[in-house]
Design a protein around this ligand. Structure first.
Ligand SMILES: Nc1nc2c(c(=O)[nH]1)N[C@H]1C(S)=C(S)[C@@H](COP(=O)(O)OP(=O)(O)OC[C@H]3O[C@@H](n4cnc5c(=O)[nH]c(N)nc54)[C@H](O)[C@@H]3O)O[C@H]1N2
Ligand SMILES: Nc1nc2c(c(=O)[nH]1)N[C@H]1C(S)=C(S)[C@@H](COP(=O)(O)OP(=O)(O)OC[C@H]3O[C@@H](n4cnc5c(=O)[nH]c(N)nc54)[C@H](O)[C@@H]3O)O[C@H]1N2
Ligand SMILES: [Mo]
Length: 749
């Protein structure tokens, strides 16, 4: 929502998938990565005879449960979806009224879809033409259908276009804003949605408030700190509104300017210090660059319940600190689930030994750095208290300030009540019963007021706004190039006093758009617009009028400010189809993208990559391991299931290279790096690609680093990191690495 066409949140929920009549999954493997959530998929099969369609370069455990399986070439999902749309538009299977009233720019999509006749789609994607037709026919004629995606769509140089294409397919079919439909993005770590909403990122303030003077001033005021003081924290004020480095390229901030490295823009200085809290480091693409950067830091600090393998990877001897962080079981507070719902967690045990909870580590650090009072002021300022109570006052601070995604209703008191009564909610609809009547479990955002129900399905106009209904957000003006951006006549949410499209609500237009009169007292208290209205009068008046504070507009299929206004297929930077690069080239190189130059077309055309590196490299996850893997490899029983790093390889490909099942093999990358892993014969991959899991570390280019672990901390499984050989390549908007679309060369070891 706020991150429109988010790389993020589900529009619906896992339980709601049980309402789907068809399920299409692009680049996700929930049977492995969301095994509990996957039960809802299987129940949809039982309840509705819903068919499951899986589009994935490998035959996964999810594919094993599918009715249709398309073995797509990595990085060609946009071509696949245009192929579907071509068939849909040709047969008039699209939802004309929905498009007319609620979508902007679909004409351009229709035009581009014409460029994707089925034979071309089959050639580009490697999927049989007949199969694409069957899938399209089935999916278009069984609505509502839900569309699922995860990392198979995002980790590409055009990943952000992928994540726009999928909602466009859903909009075309009218599969948005309905139960059993929507875009259901299966998020990663348990609170990754919360981390995103709070902006543990470098390009916005919490709640997706943009980096601008206005937002900073709003936060300064809400936090009870002096705006001038905040400004003074920056080298000069101009840096306040500039995006920082991303996690995927922090290392460029250290190495920037070295010969052969991308240029950086960081006030003429390199990054000197690294503070890591809850990231495995070897999960970052291009491990050898990461190592080089670690080696060149002045100071590196790792706060982790385990020995972070960043500390193992580096040869740096001094000023590397490992701080023992407590786990989630040793702290409490709210977290946000993949469907935008909050959950309250209680501390199970006190932090063990000398470990400390993350917030306490941060508070101690802030004390040392001299801004502890400012850091914690937001928890006391509104309540006029001398000291705060953790975590309740932090949760209430969030509820008080974050309007953009509607967190006003998320008070600690309400969230605790949900935790206590979680047996009082329906598994499919999240609807509450008994004393929880009128609320949805976890109050999925937007939760506009302290009595709002939460919104289980985004963009649903068949509900009242006070019960979770809403149109699309009005965020980009009232018109563009003469075309109305507001929703069409009669397409306001149920019970609205304004039946049509309407703009986002501000102090100036509220009386006119809502058709009300404010008292003088209200006029005085009200904020400039709904996003900064701490009085919350705008939201309350909107609820009474049955209207969403953020307006009722059209969803944008076309985003005129993006490099590609409508999503276009572009070959990965390292494509196995050199012949297609000419027709579908990557983007122009991008200057100063999150403070670093990023190569696209120049990297793609630097040489005929496919000639020397003919095999597609696919990376992904295993059910028994998590992320960078230190946590799970430290568990004897989990490690035992996959004790060694391996590579899934088709026997036909292996035999070409004389690699036996169980023998060691080298994988070489275009960057000149290599890993040595055990070959595992598997028909899950075709003979033009291999698959490696991402969870190993502790071996670098054939050299074991076992001696570098502090005594007693060597995990039960060590192995090469997949990311030592993942290729250079970053998304054009988000900088997510192209870890699902690279090339490699293999060799018997
Ligand atoms: N057991 C376990 N569960 C986890 C995690 C874990 O580490 N272990 N991690 C959590 C996290 S952080 C996340 S983000 C999620 C990730 O969940 P998923 O996205 O499901 O995880 P992956 O296995 O990385 O990738 C999914 C699939 O994308 C496919 N794929 C690769 N390239 C393409 C492509 O170009 N197109 C298409 N259509 N598919 C492609 C891969 O073959 C793979 O099967 O899982 C979460 N759950
Ligand atoms: N090649 C390739 N690379 C990938 C991916 C891929 O598909 N392919 N997927 C990417 C994705 S989606 C993700 S999310 C990343 C995952 O990679 P990471 O984010 O690195 O994932 P984890 O291993 O879960 O790392 C979390 C670290 O936090 C520590 N930790 C656990 N609990 C706590 C806590 O309460 N406090 C603190 N301070 N630390 C804690 C763990 O011990 C661990 O060291 O990998 C990315 N990298
Ligand atoms: Mo993730």
């Amino acid at each position: 929502m706020a991150n429109t066409w988010g790389y993020g949140a589900m529009t619906n929920s896992l339980g709601d998938i049980q309402n789907a009549k068809a399920i299409i999954i692009f680049g996700a493997n929930p049977a492995v990565n969301h095994p509990v959530g996957f039960q809802h998929f299987l129940k949809a099969k039982e309840r509705n005879n819903a068919k499951i369609i899986v589009v994935d370069p490998r035959f996964t455990k999810t594919a094993a449960k599918a009715d249709y399986y398309a073995q797509i070439r990595p990085g060609t999902d946009i071509a696949f979806m245009y192929g579907m749309l071509n068939i849909i538009f040709k047969n008039a299977w699209h939802d004309e009224n929905f498009i007319k009233d609620r979508v902007y720019g679909m004409e351009d999509i229709m035009k581009e879809a014409k460029n994707w006749p089925i034979e071309r789609v089959a050639d580009v994607t490697g999927v049989d033409a007949d199969l694409i037709v069957q899938i399209t026919k089935h999916y278009a004629s069984n609505t509502p259908g839900t569309l699922i995606w995860a990392m198979g769509l995002t980790q590409h140089s055009n990943g952000s276009s992928n994540t726009r294409m999928a909602p466009i397919l859903q909009l075309a079919l009218g599969n948005m804003g309905v139960e059993g439909g929507g875009c259901n993005i299966l998020r990663g770590h348990d609170n990754v949605q919360g981390a995103t909403d709070m902006c543990c990122l470098s390009h916005t303030l919490p709640g997706y408030y943009g980096l601008s003077d206005g937002s900073w001033k709003y936060f300064a005021k809400s936090w009870g700190v002096d705006y001038k003081w905040l400004k003074g924290r920056f080298k000069d004020p101009s840096w306040m509104n500039k995006k920082g480095f991303t996690l995927s390229r922090w290392w460029a901030g250290v190495l920037g300017g070295n010969p052969g490295e991308d240029k950086i823009y960081n006030a003429n200085t390199r990054l000197k210090a690294l503070f890591v809290m809850g990231n495995g480091i070897t999960s970052t693409a291009q491990t050898k660059k990461v190592k080089e950067a670690l080696d060149n830091l002045d100071i590196a600090v790792f706060c982790d319940p385990f020995v972070n393998e960043g500390a193992i990877l580096t040869d740096k001897q001094d000023d590397v600190y490992i701080l023992p962080a407590a786990t989630q079981f040793e702290t409490s507070g709210s977290v946000t689930a993949t469907n935008r719902a909050a959950q309250w967690r209680s501390e199970v045990i006190k932090p063990m030994y000398e470990s400390k909870a993350d917030q306490d580590i941060m508070f101690l650090l802030a004390k040392k750095l001299g801004f502890y009072d400012e850091l914690t002021a937001g928890m006391t300022v509104a309540k006029n208290k001398k000291s705060y109570k953790w975590p309740e006052d932090a949760t209430d601070e969030i509820a008080r300030i974050i309007k953009t995604i509607g967190l006003t209703g998320w008070t600690a008191k309400r969230l605790k009540k949900h935790q206590k009564n979680w047996h009082m909610f329906d598994e499919v609809s999240s609807r509450g019963y008994g004393k929880m009547k009128g609320e949805y479990y976890g109050l999925p955002w937007p939760c506009w007021t302290e009595t709002h129900s939460g919104s289980p399905v985004l963009y649903n106009i068949n509900r009242k706004v006070s019960e979770g209904g809403m149109g699309f957000r009005n965020r980009f003006g009232l018109e563009h190039d003469g075309v109305d951006l507001l929703a069409g006549v009669g397409s306001a949410p149920k019970g609205s006093s304004n039946k049509d499209g309407y703009p986002e609500i501000n102090k100036k237009n509220i009386e006119k758009v809502l058709g009300i009169k404010l008292s003088d007292k209200e006029k005085k208290a009200i904020g400039k617009n709904w996003k900064v209205d701490t009085s919350n009068i705008i939201a309350q008046k909107c609820m009474e009028a049955g209207m969403a504070p953020y307006g009722n507009a059209k969803a944008r299929a076309k985003v005129w400010t993006f490099a590609d206004p409508i999503p276009l297929h572009r070959e990965p930077l390292h494509s196995p189809r050199t012949d297609l690069v000419k027709d579908y080239p990557s983007f122009e190189d991008k200057k100063n993208h999150y403070r670093v130059d990023t190569r696209y077309i120049s990297e793609q055309t630097k040489q005929d990559w496919a000639k020397d590196f003919p095999i597609n490299l696919v990376t992904g996850r295993l059910v028994n391991m998590n992320g960078a893997g230190m946590e799970s490899r430290s568990s004897k029983y989990l490690a035992k299931l996959t004790p060694e790093m391996f590579c899934d390889i088709n026997p036909n490909l292996a035999s070409k290279h004389d690699i036996r099942d169980g023998a060691m093999m080298w994988i070489h990358s275009p960057q000149g790096t290599k890993i040595k892993v055990k070959a595992k014969y598997s028909y899950s991959v075709s003979s033009d690609r291999i698959f490696i899991p991402i969870h190993f570390a502790g071996v670098l280019e054939g050299v074991e680093l076992k001696d570098k672990y502090p005594s007693g901390t060597v995990p039960h499984a060590l192995g090469e990191s997949a990311n030592t050989v993942t290729n250079y390549g970053y998304d054009i908007v988000t900088q997510i690495p192209e870890t699902k679309g690279g090339l490699c060369r293999i060799q018997k070891a």
